[in-house]
Design a protein around this ligand. Structure first.
Ligand code: BG6
Length: 498
């Protein structure tokens, strides 16, 4: 007779692993013929208080003057994504460590600016293509499937400065050319693809996601600009799905959203309504990519706000013809919504601000920790779309301490991940959700997207580098390294051991 713990395993073939993005880990920003990307001009701010953090999150815009300053600056300390964790030179060691943990999948992004340094070249940069050949070969050598994000906060800077980013329809041509190149090149190496990371984030940080320099537009026009850029990304994403399926017939292509989990602050109908409105503002992005058409509520928002989207005759047909195969998302935290927020404590989520949930604890960065929210999110998404899910980001950003003996006892991270994995199991086994896999965010410490800090660490592997880029860049295993290794080895059974 099998014991209870033997029975509690994840489905066969479940893809356990970790996720990174080129701009946050590679470094080597001027090597191998790479062009400058939006992330290479992202400046480090050192937030000390919750107020500072709120400002950082609200301040994702950049001006032409700041870009010009960044371009002449040689100071890597204040542009941390330029050095990252030097994965560009150490990818073999890093992938070996992932393999030691037993990863089945490694989610990473291709830096568009390594392949087309400016975005508008005739020919791709062979050195950039070779780099990812080597990375994928290293993964496959260890039996790790790559899961590749085509665009993760790293459009080439020239797309923004010379073309106004995704506001310009030409971005669709540049992007699809890039997608054609990478999917032909890696057709025998990569089966799983995501088009745009957190496509909904174009509204929260239009520069990083959409390459939009806000100060170039009239404030009253900017919403229109963002939604126009979003439309171009939707068409590009549908075309990328088509190209990927043509070049790699057995490939699977997913969309990717930031799964906010919002609860009504009270059961007052006004609070429930507000929560529904906010959730729809997010679902608009996945609804469009899964159903292949704009949802009615988004179209009525356009009408009510006087937003007019310029389209070409074929756009809606393209969007309908090439929906995604699966739905992927990031999940970190939850918070609340209220129609009237006066007097309520506001807290942070992933690049958003909302009402703090008094029933849950928060991380060092003020994000509400809520494992059950992951289960609810999975059920919501699966019921809505009936397509397989893939959790491609989840984790705890925390400050780690290296003890004198070199150990790093990150029990808080183990606790966070364990509880989330158990709720993921409940969603799959109890609630019948189909989930392809789970990749924790930053299995190796990397630069934070929102604050550009190194001290906000997510990894099982510690990297000896500080917020100013100083350190040996040596890799050290944290306590969570062996913990995750065992979870993977037992296909989840160890989660249920005392
Ligand atoms: C996701 C992004 O939004 O959250 C990642 O896709 C990011 O790029 C992650 O790093 C965690 O956010 P942060 O700000 O803690 O790095």
């Amino acid at each position: 007779m099998s014991s209870i713990s033997e029975k509690r395993v994840f489905p066969d073939g479940f893809l356990w692993g970790g996720a990174t993005a080129a701009n946050q880990c590679e470094g080597g920003w001027q090597e191998g013929g790479k062009g400058v990307s939006v992330s290479d001009v992202a400046i480090f701010r050192d937030p000390k208080t919750l107020k500072d953090l709120l400002d950082v999150h609200g301040n994702c815009d950049i001006t032409d003057e700041q870009i010009a300053e960044a371009l002449v600056s040689k100071n890597e300390a204040i542009y941390p994504k330029r050095h990252g964790i030097d994965h560009y030179h150490r990818y073999q060691e890093d992938i070996r460590l992932f393999a030691e943990m037993g990863f089945k999948v490694y989610r990473l992004s291709i830096a568009w600016s390594r392949i087309f340094p400016r975005c508008d070249e005739e020919e791709p940069n062979e050195e950039g293509l070779l780099f990812y050949d080597r990375v994928f070969d290293e993964c496959l050598k260890h039996g790790i499937q790559p899961l590749v994000t085509m665009s993760h906060y790293e459009p080439p800077l020239a797309l923004c400065t010379d073309y106004n980013g995704w506001y310009n329809r030409k971005a669709i041509d540049f992007f699809t050319k890039y997608v054609d190149v990478i999917t032909k090149r890696y057709k025998d190496k990569v089966k799983y693809w995501l088009t745009f990371n957190e496509i909904d984030s174009i509204i929260r940080h239009p520069f990083m996601t959409g390459g939009l320099i806000e100060s170039r537009f009239k404030p009253e026009d900017f919403l229109q600009v963002e939604y126009q850029a979003m439309h171009h990304q939707f068409v590009a994403s549908a075309l990328a799905t088509e190209i990927c399926h043509t070049n790699i017939p057995d490939s699977k292509v997913g969309c990717m959203i930031t799964k906010r989990m919002l609860y009504p602050y009270t059961c007052k109908p006004e609070d429930v309504l507000k929560t529904q409105q906010e959730m729809r503002a997010l679902y608009a992005f996945s609804d469009t990519q899964v159903f292949g058409e704009y949802p009615a509520y988004l179209l009525s928002m356009y009408r009510n706000k006087g937003i007019h989207i310029e389209m070409e005759p074929d756009d809606l047909r393209i969007m309908k013809a090439y929906p995604v195969d699966f739905v992927s998302f990031s999940y970190y935290s939850s918070s609340c919504m209220a129609m009237d927020t006066e007097g309520l404590d506001q807290g942070l989520e992933n690049t958003s601000v909302a009402v703090l949930n008094p029933y849950i604890e928060t991380s060092d960065w003020g994000w509400g920790i809520d494992p059950i929210g992951l289960r609810i999110s999975m059920v919501d998404l699966y019921d809505r779309y009936r397509k397989p899910l893939f959790i491609v980001e989840n984790g705890l950003g925390a400050k780690d301490v290296v003890e004198e003996d070199g150990s790093i006892n990150d029990d808080y991270r183990i606790d966070y991940l364990k509880k989330h994995c158990i709720e993921m199991y409940n969603a799959i086994v109890e609630d019948g959700v189909e989930c392809m896999g789970y990749t924790t965010w930053g299995p190796i410490d990397l630069i934070s997207n929102s604050t550009n800090q190194m001290s906000k660490r997510y990894g099982f592997i510690y990297v000896d580098v500080d917020d100013y880029g100083k350190g040996t860049y040596k890799r050290l295993k944290k306590k969570s390294f062996d913990w995750y290794k065992k979870v993977i080895q037992t296909n989840g059974a160890s989660l249920f051991e005392e």
